[in-house]
Design a protein around this ligand. Structure first.
Ligand code: GLA
Length: 679
C-alpha cells in the first residue's frame, strides 16, 4: 500500500517567496567571486525569487576528509539573502569528492557484468554503500547546523536526481544488502524459493547466502529476482534520501524537504518517494525536435500534481533553450519556453526553475543553455527568461490553487518493472509509450486527469483508464471491479492483470482477476511482428488499423465493439464493452491507431459524462483550471503554430494581457498563452 502523503510543513521562513517561485540552479563555485555581485544584480533584473544552490559543492566545502570550508558559501548565502532571493539549499551529496573514492574505493558502483564505474563524471556511488551514506550524513549535519537560521534558507534539496546515472549497482556490498533486504521481505528462504519460482531451471536456494543480484548470466536471469532487484534498488536509493532527511528533520524541523525527480523515471517510484517529501519537484526537458513533446511533459506534470494528491509542485529544472545531452540538441523556438513553463503552472506547478543560472564556461555541460548565456544579457534567451520572470511575478494569486479531475489513469512502478522484463510474448511493449497512447487523447480532448497508483481510493472518479497493467494484485483488481460495480467507467488495455506481485501468472484464464469485471477471457496472446498492422472493424461501420499486439478474446458477457478484420483473428473481438453492476468496463485487445484510440476514449468519456474544461477547443489548444483563495483561473495554451480563436462561456479577463477588457472570445497566436478569470 502506498503511504498517504503527510500534509506539507507550513514553513515560516523569512524569505518565503510569494506567488510562483522563479529561478534556477545556481553554481557559483564555477566562477570567480567577482562574478557573484553581477549574478545577484542580474537575478533581480530577471525576476528571480528562488535559486537552488550547492548541488555540486561537496569537493569545495569539504576539500579534505572532515575539513570544512564554508566561508565562501556563507558569502553566497549572504549575497542571496541581501537581494531577497530564497535558497532551496542542496545537501551537496550528489557528486562525491575525489578524496572519498580514493579513501574508500568500495563506494564505487559496479555494472551487472562486473565493471567498476570510476570517478570523473558524477553520481559515482553505490546506493547501498554505508560508507557513502555515513560521509554524506556527516556533511549534511554540518550544513544544516551552519545554515539552520540563515535568512536565505527556504527549503532543502536532498541529493540530486536520484538514480539518474547510477540507478542500480551489482557490487558485493549491493549483493550483501540485497540478501538482507530479501531476508527481511521473505523471512525464510523457502518463501523466497516459492516467490521466485526457483523449481524452474534448478535455481532452488538452500540459504540466503547463495543469492546474488541478477548479474550478467548466460541467459534470462530469473524474472522474479529481476523484479525484486528493481524494488530493492529503488529502496536503496530511497534510504540514501531518508538518511539525509532524518538529519535535516532533526536540526531544521520546520524547513520543507524535496528531491528532484527526473521526469517519470523508471528506477524511482515517484508515488512512494512523494510521501516522504514535503513538496514534489521534478525536472522536465522537452525535446524541441519532437512536435508532440508537450504530451510527454504534460504526463509528467500530471504525475507530479497527483503524487501528493493535488498539492502544488515545483518545476525544479528545465532548459531555457537547448540541452547538451541528446544527439542533436535543438533550441526552443521563440515563445516555446514561455509556453511550456506556463503549461507546468497550468498543470499545478508553483515554481518555475531552470538548469542553470549562468552557462558554464568549461565542463561537460558548457553547451547546455542557461538563464545567462555565454553571450550575456543582450541575448534572446536572457530576454525571454526575464520577461517570463516578470510575467509570473505579476500573477502571485495563482500560487496555492489546485485542480480537480474526474478521470484517473493508473500507473504502477511494479507493473512497469515487470512489463518490460525479458522473455515475454513481445519485448516491444514500452510502458511509457503505452501510457502516453492513453494519456494523449485525454489531453487533446481537454479532459483533466489524475495519475494514480492502483491502490489509491478511486471513489472520487467517474472514469478510470488502465493502460497495460501487467502486474496486478488481487486486492487492486477487486478495487477496480468494485469501482465498476458501483457505477464507474473503466477502460483496460491488453496484457493487464496477467501476473501477481512475484511475476507468477494468475491462473484460471487470462486476465483472471479482471475476467469478471471485463466479462471475457483471453485464450492466447498473438503479438504482431515489427511493422505489421491489423485491420480493426468497428461495429459502427468505421474501419481502422492497429499494431504491436493482438490476442484471442472469448467474450463471457461482454459485447463486441470492434473486431479484427482479416488475418488469423478475423471476426474475433478487438474491443469489448461489458455492463457490470451499475457501470461499464471496456477492454482493448490491441494497440489502436491514435485516431481510433481518441474515438474510443471520447466514447468512454461520453458514457461517463465527463467533459472537457472548455467545450469546442480548437486543435492543439490545451485548457486547464486551477482554483483557490486567489480565484478561479482558466489556462489556455496554444501548442500549435497558427493563431486560433477560442470561444469562452462568458466574458473573461486575460491576466497576461495587461489592461485587456473582458471578452467572450480570446485570440491566441501560435505558442500563445492566456490566463483567464471571470470578469
Ligand atoms: C539534470 C541535472 C542537472 C543538469 C541537467 C542538464 O537535470 O540535475 O545537474 O545536469 O540535467 O539537463
Amino acid at each position: 500500500m502506498h503511504k498517504t502523503p503527510e500534509p506539507p510543513i507550513d514553513s515560516r521562513r523569512r524569505l518565503r517567496p510569494h506567488g510562483i517561485a522563479f529561478g534556477g540552479d545556481y553554481n557559483p563555485e564555477q566562477w570567480p567571486e567577482e562574478v557573484w555581485a553581477e549574478d545577484v544584480a542580474l537575478m533581480k533584473e530577471a525576476g528571480v525569487s528562488m535559486v537552488t544552490a550547492g548541488i555540486f559543492s561537496w569537493a569545495k566545502v569539504e576539500p579534505r576528509p572532515g575539513e570544512y570550508d564554508f566561508a565562501w558559501f556563507d558569502r553566497v548565502m549572504d549575497n542571496l539573502a541581501g537581494v531577497g532571493v530564497a535558497v532551496c539549499l542542496a545537501t551537496m551529496t550528489a557528486s562525491p569528492p575525489p578524496w572519498l573514492s580514493r579513501l574508500h574505493p568500495e563506494i564505487l558502483p559496479e555494472t551487472a557484468d562486473g565493471r567498476r564505474m570510476w570517478p570523473g563524471g558524477r553520481q559515482h556511488y553505490c546506493p547501498s554503500s554505508a560508507v557513502y551514506r555515513r560521509y554524506a550524513a556527516r556533511l549534511v549535519e554540518r550544513l544544516a547546523t551552519r545554515y539552520a537560521d540563515h535568512p536565505a534558507l527556504e527549503m532543502w534539496h536532498i541529493g540530486n536526481e536520484y538514480g539518474c546515472h547510477t540507478p542500480q549497482c551489482w557490487c558485493d556490498e549491493s549483493a550483501a544488502d540485497f540478501r538482507r533486504w530479501l531476508s527481511d521481505r521473505y523471512g525464510d528462504v523457502e518463501a523466497l524459493n516459492d516467490a521466485w519460482s526457483t523449481a524452474f531451471w534448478a535455481q532452488h536456494y538452500d540459504s540466503f547466502d547463495e543469492v546474488l543480484p541478477p548479474r550478467l548470466a548466460p541467459t534470462f536471469p530469473n524474472p522474479a529476482q529481476q523484479l525484486d532487484f528493481a524494488r530493492f534498488s529503488d529502496d536503496a536509493l530511497l534510504r540514501c534520501y531518508l538518511t539525509e532527511k532524518e538529519v535535516l528533520r532533526r536540526i531544521t524541523p520546520d524547513v520543507p524537504v524535496t528531491t528532484n525527480f527526473i521526469g517519470v523515471h523508471k528506477p524511482v517510484d515517484a508515488f512512494r518517494w512523494a510521501a516522504e517529501e514535503d513538496v514534489v519537484s521534478v525536472d522536465v526537458y522537452q525535446d524541441p525536435h519532437d512536435e508532440d513533446t508537450q504530451a510527454a511533459a504534460g504526463f509528467i506534470f500530471d504525475v507530479s500534481r497527483s503524487a501528493r494528491s493535488g498539492q502544488p509542485w515545483m518545476l525544479m529544472e528545465q532548459a531555457p533553450s537547448a540541452v547538451n545531452w541528446r544527439e542533436r540538441n535543438g533550441p526552443k523556438q521563440p515563445g516555446r519556453m514561455r509556453l511550456w513553463s506556463w503549461q507546468a503552472v497550468a498543470q499545478g506547478a508553483d515554481a518555475v526553475l531552470y538548469f542553470q543560472w549562468r552557462q558554464s564556461r568549461g565542463g561537460a555541460e558548457k553547451y547546455h543553455s542557461a538563464m545567462v548565456p555565454h553571450g550575456g544579457t543582450d541575448t534572446r534567451i536572457f530576454r525571454e527568461v526575464s520577461e517570463l520572470g516578470r510575467e509570473l511575478a505579476s500573477v502571485p494569486q495563482i500560487a496555492g490553487s489546485r485542480s480537480t479531475a474526474e478521470v484517473a489513469l493508473v500507473l504502477d512502478w511494479n507493473s512497469w518493472w515487470a512489463l518490460e522484463l525479458d522473455s515475454h510474448p513481445s519485448t516491444a511493449l514500452n510502458q511509457m509509450d503505452l501510457v502516453l497512447a492513453h494519456y494523449r487523447p485525454l489531453l487533446d480532448a481537454g479532459i483533466p486527469c489524475d495519475v494514480v497508483p492502483p491502490d489509491r481510493d478511486l471513489s472520487g472518479y467517474r472514469m478510470v483508464v488502465v493502460p497495460n497493467l501487467y502486474l496486478l494484485k488481487e486486492r487492486d483488481a477487486e478495487r477496480l471491479t468494485g469501482f465498476v460495480r458501483g457505477g464507474g467507467r473503466l477502460l483496460v488495455s491488453f496484457f493487464s492483470g496477467i501476473v501477481d506481485g512475484c511475476d507468477r501468472v494468475h491462473l484460471g484464464g487470462y486476465p483472471a482477476p479482471l475476467r469478471e469485471v471485463l466479462g471475457l477471457r483471453v485464450e492466447e496472446f498473438w503479438p504482431l511482428a515489427e511493422a505489421e498492422t491489423v485491420e480493426v472493424r468497428h461495429l459502427d461501420g468505421s474501419v481502422g488499423r492497429a499494431d504491436l499486439w493482438s490476442e484471442a478474446v472469448v467474450p463471457e458477457g461482454a459485447a463486441v465493439v470492434a473486431e479484427f478484420g482479416a488475418g488469423p483473428l478475423a471476426g474475433q473481438p478487438a474491443v469489448t464493452r461489458h455492463s457490470f453492476g451499475e457501470g461499464h468496463a471496456w477492454y482493448v485487445a490491441t494497440r489502436l491507431a491514435p485516431q481510433a484510440m481518441r474515438a474510443l476514449i471520447d466514447d468512454v468519456c461520453r458514457t461517463a459524462d465527463v467533459g472537457p474544461v472548455l467545450p469546442g477547443l480548437p486543435e492543439h489548444v490545451q485548457a486547464t483550471v486551477r482554483e483557490g483563495d486567489g480565484g478561479r483561473f482558466v489556462f489556455l495554451l496554444n501548442h500549435g503554430r497558427d493563431e486560433v480563436e477560442v470561444g469562452l462561456p462568458g466574458p473573461m479577463t486575460d491576466l497576461l494581457a495587461r489592461g485587456g477588457a473582458p471578452a467572450d472570445r480570446v485570440t491566441l497566436p501560435g505558442a500563445g498563452v492566456a490566463v483567464l478569470t471571470e470578469a
